[in-house]
Design a protein around this ligand. Sequence first.
Ligand code: PAF
Length: 303
Amino acid sequence: MNQTRWTVLGAGSLGCLWGGYLNMAGMPVTLIHRHSVPAPDNLTLTPFQGNAEIPFQAELTTAKECPTESISQLIVATKAPDALDAVRGIAHALTPDAAILVLQNGMGAQQAIAEAFNDYAIIAACITDGAYRTSPGHVVHAGKGVSRIGALNEKGLQAEAAVLAQLQKMDLATEHCPDIYQALWNKLAINIAINGLTALDQCLNGELRVPARLARVKKLCQETEQVMRALQLSLPEEGLFYLAQSVIEGTAHNRSSMLQDTQKGKSTEIEYINGYLLDQAHTLGIDTPENQAVYDAVIARFH
Ligand code: PAF
């Protein structure tokens, strides 16, 4: 049987990680890289806790070069701020029944794609794996997680079982999530508590364990809880602050994704993390001064 091709939009660490594992599981892969960036020569992946650099195959192309109706399974692996425009850039290449899997961090980018491309099956993944590249074509699977997969629209609901069946052939853990909105919020709540502060203080996650910084983590968590409660989302029994502290403990040596972005001179995903909370809070009439302070400071310093 011919395997359906996966097209991965974004050839950064996440795109190479998913593209690599899909191809290593026998599926054909196209990797769309930016026009302005040269295509990597060799593609290799170091699996979790492995040493080997395993080669994988992917057809490398740019959005403009994608033929009409050539993409029936798309993975959007760009940073959140680039996601919607990137999908718009390949819209001509989508087949009418295409499934679009969105891997973005935070919240807002996935919803914008679901709104603009509601005629297609939109499915979100809530990711906890970590990966980084040591060269443009070599990705290291650094942290093992489980990606939770769930539909964002009606067509996504119809397509998700078939999509998941293919994803589960990969050596990258995925599972079905019946309430992806809640799962994305749970992850968002942790990112709200950790990412902005680590970027502002240029510190490791574990360095948030000093009283002055923990007091800010606590306020961020309290504000997030208020908003989540108003949206009738569930909260962890022990409270978000407790959960945030255990993530800080468990990832003490990590540089958060936002800290990494600032250290690479890139803009951040703050709009899709604390910024998303501010939007929701504003609509609900909830005051979130600590989130506003973190958001304003990150924008002023890094954007
Ligand atoms: O964004 C990140 O870096 C991660 O989600 C987390 C949990 C904050 C750990 O570094």
